[in-house]
Design a protein around this ligand. Structure first.
Ligand code: HAM
Length: 419
């Protein structure tokens, strides 16, 4: 049915930067969710769910002085005047949840994942929305290269299990906040010595968050700055060397991108992003944030995590035909008269414990609608429940009648669908 709504009827237009998800693309979301959850569960990661909105201060205090905080947050006041924010990301929500519920135990790791919509007031374009779905993974109380590798290899496994093979992890090593400060001085020095004009936003960044000048697409100066590694101290160098060797030993697909800085302020140490071939935007990003918890609870909680942009991932999978989009109905019962329904319902009980997808029409339909119904539902098998002598089980793929009695139904269906 074509939309009969007047285009100017704003009430029935979705807000700018949002998307509707419905079949068949919703099947892809479900598939991604199933694949990812299976891998994470196998690796002992547990699901967490936090509120869609949090106190504004959670983000203003810890996301740094950048545009997410200044321009992109959906901030509102509730009836009591409390300042709240629709969550723009999940790492801080996880930290708030973990701290408030005392989930940390010294000497033990916490392994969490979340699947949730995030909100950022960005300029909408392909793959960039104002409400978008993220799958986030956080590994807490875990430092060192084995923890880094667990997160990197988990991310790789998720991509591979979705049929994506052509990717490289772009990584950089930010080091501690002190190392980052040294690099900020290098950035400022380079800008002072060059004649380049910064965009309005980067003029602000120059004063407040110079690292972000590196990934400004408007200025595009990322290659005028010295390589990040010039500010690594001996400790940073030896960590990077061990990590490099380890990744190489396990054939991990990575390359250094010294202009990679990431948009969020809490990162220290390893950071990474993956962009897929021919895609401008990153499909996922993450990194280590060893100093975030200590700023809130004065306790060392080394941590690393990542988040996948699920909408971007699903777009990519659809465009590259990497998942079978159609959910196939296995069995459709076409009922032509009311007298069949009671028998049909007890028949359906037999199939309760298997995985077949089964449907039937809820009001009797005339036989003349049979082929239209097959066309619409595209079932593998259709059972025509007509008058007693006119039962037919039709193989819709082969377009032939298989048998004409219900007696054989369950056994034969088991045989058909077991391979
Ligand atoms: P992020 O890089 O801001 O990191 O977001 C992660 C992913 O979410 C991006 O790579 C992208 O695929 C997707 N994404 C971001 N913004 C949008 C948008 N406007 N529309 C569609 N997709 C978008 C974080 O959020 C960190 N919390 C990740 C993390 C977890 N780091 C450590 N733990």
């Amino acid at each position: 049915m074509k939309s009969e709504l007047n285009k100017n009827n704003l009430v029935f237009q979705r807000p700018r930067g949002t998307i509707d998800i419905y079949p068949p693309s919703s099947f892809f979301y479900k598939k991604v969710y199933d694949v990812v959850t299976k891998i994470l569960t196998k690796n002992n990661y547990s699901l967490i769910v936090f509120p869609t909105f949090e106190h504004e201060e959670l983000f203003t205090a810890h996301l740094g002085d950048d545009i997410i905080v200044h321009k992109e947050m959906y901030t509102f006041s509730d009836r009591k005047g409390r300042k709240l924010v629709l969550r723009p990301e999940g790492t801080l929500c996880t930290a708030r949840m973990v701290i408030q519920n005392s989930l940390l135990k010294e000497g033990y790791q916490n392994k969490f994942y979340y699947w949730g919509n995030m909100f950022r007031y960005e300029r909408p374009q392909k793959g960039r929305y104002r409400e978008f779905l993220q799958l986030g993974v956080e590994l807490l109380n875990a430092s060192g290269i084995y923890a880094d590798y667990q997160i990197l290899s988990l991310t790789r496994d998720i991509l591979v299990s979705l049929g994506i093979s052509n990717f490289t992890f772009r990584i950089n090593y930010l080091g501690s906040k002190k190392t980052q400060k040294s690099y900020e001085l290098e950035i400022k020095k380079t800008i002072q010595n060059s004649k380049f004009e910064l965009c309005l936003q980067c003029k602000y960044r120059y004063e407040n968050n110079p690292l972000r000048i590196l990934d400004c697409s408007d200025c595009g100066y990322s290659n005028i700055f010295p390589e990040y590694k010039i500010v690594w101290n001996n400790e940073d160098k030896s960590y990077v060397e061990s990590l490099d060797n380890f990744l190489a030993k396990f054939n991990f697909p990575f390359c250094y991108d010294y202009s990679l800085v990431r948009g969020l302020d809490y990162y220290t140490g390893l950071i990474f992003e993956v962009s897929l071939i021919n895609e401008k935007t990153a499909i996922l990003g993450g990194g280590r944030y060893d100093e975030l918890y200590s700023k809130i609870i004065q306790k060392e909680v080394p941590a690393i995590g990542f988040a996948i942009g699920v909408d971007r991932l699903v777009n990519y999978l659809c465009e590259n035909k990497l998942l079978d989009s159609e959910r196939k109905i296995d069995l459709f019962f076409f009922v032509t008269t009311n007298i069949w329904y009671e028998r049909l319902l007890s028949l359906l009980d037999i199939f309760k414990n298997n995985d077949l997808i089964i449907d039937y029409n809820l009001k009797p339909k005339q036989r003349k609608y049979l082929s239209k119904t097959i066309e619409y539902y595209r079932p593998r098998l259709l059972v025509l429940l007509d008058k007693e002598e006119q039962i037919k089980i039709i193989d819709c793929l082969e377009k032939k009648t298989l048998w004409t009695t219900l007696d054989k139904l369950t056994q034969n269906i088991k045989d058909i669908f077991s391979h």
